[in-house]
Design a protein around this ligand. Sequence first.
Ligand code: NAD
Length: 364
Amino acid sequence: MMKLALFAGDGIGTEVSSEAVSVLKFVLDENGAAYEIEEGLVGGASYDEYKNPITEKALKLAKESDAVIFGAVGGPKWESLPIALRPEKALLTLRYELGLYANLRPAKIYDELIDASPLKKEIVSGTDMMIVRELTGGIYFGQPRGVFDMEDGQKKGVNTLVYTTNEIKRIAKIAFEIARKRRKRVLSVDKANVLESTELWRQVVAAVSKDYPDVELSNMYVDNCSMQLIRQPKSFDVIVTTNMFGDILSDESSMVAGSIGMLPSASLNGKKGMYEPIHGSAPDIAGQNKANPLAAILSVAMMLRYSFDMDNLAAAIEKAVERVIKKGYRTLDIYSNSAGTKLIGTKEMGKAVISELKDVEARA
Ligand code: NAD
């Protein structure tokens, strides 16, 4: 029995996750999978009910589930609250409490949406990469940290870049496992020429690679990588890197793919994971049936692949999304008024994906 927690959250979070769950239920029902989806409140919705963006009950639900589907949280209504009570606190608490140490962000360009990327068509065409970012270690968490007074009256700002062998090993393993399901290439990104902690990173990744002789490993310095991502994005398959380098490179890579409404993500602790679109609650379009649900739909596809090894069902959803795009269906964020395209809403986009899945089934 697959046990899933659903935290739709606020704003368009509720709209896009409703479509994602419909698509998920469709594929699971068609394949006779046993599952249970329990809904919980997080973010502003939880604050309104309990004066707390994430309750013990919601955390318990997340911990007892095999995977978590997350929409988005936040909005102007809660912006003046103290940080500890703001909706976004729910997301950080879930990441921390579930120990989600690996963040996966795919960046793939659909040929039909190529104009949405600020890069030239010939450069982005064919791009399909996955960034695996370490999420719970490195300079964002290392001690000592803080701003300290110095004897001469100046101040000193300190952060510490720390990685242990085990932290590097577990993220490297995830990258190699993912590469096995893709084009079997891992690029480890570091700054080993300057930073000792990433020299260790490079050594440990190389040691882990011995267990994956079918996957090709290469290394690149982060400064060069940031340049190559723009110069030849299609040359990348899986990139594995530290928390801060991954933070920066994954945002850079998302521009290659165009709209934020197309980009899913996964945060993993082994097989357990939380799956969410990378966008927020988009208060400017919330409640208007305008949001693009494809990032949320692609996030449940990632869940099927990474938490449940249901690669065939994940691929079916991804294929259906591709076909919907090919047929010219567009939500506002990816609409360009070009010939053959049709502007549709959130709900219609969800239905279009399900009807593609039905079509494929009917032909099989
Ligand atoms: P946002 O991602 O919500 O929106 C940025 C822009 O992209 C907006 O113009 C929005 O309309 C558009 N957009 C986003 N998703 C879209 C979709 N699926 N389809 C079509 N258009 C889409 O970021 P923001 O405006 O900076 O933040 C709004 C709220 O969301 C804030 O409270 C912020 O803290 C929160 N936020 C939450 C998360 C999360 O829950 N993971 C992530 C980012 C921001």
